[in-house]
Design a protein around this ligand. Structure first.
Ligand code: SF4
Length: 66
């Protein structure tokens, strides 16, 4: 599936019986948003700058502490 939000399974990438998981992920990474399902998705713009900075600060802190 393109996305778990595509509940009608209208936008498929292919069959996992015919491609590897890696190929499926690579194929998905090449796609862009599909207006039909993405335009009203509440996941878009979910992570604001503040959240992103907190995660980065935590990641850097964990790396420094080892
Ligand atoms: S924006 Fe929403 S519907 Fe679109 S790919 Fe991301 S999670 Fe799925």
């Amino acid at each position: 599936m393109y996305c778990y939000n595509d509940i009608t399974h209208k936008h498929t990438l292919g069959s996992i019986s015919e491609m590897s998981i890696r190929k499926a992920i690579e194929s998905r990474e090449k796609t862009g948003p599909i207006p039909e399902i993405c335009d009203t998705c509440n996941m878009r713009e979910r992570y604001k700058a503040g959240e992103f900075l907190k995660v980065m600060a935590k990641h850097i802190k964990n790396k420094m502490l080892g």
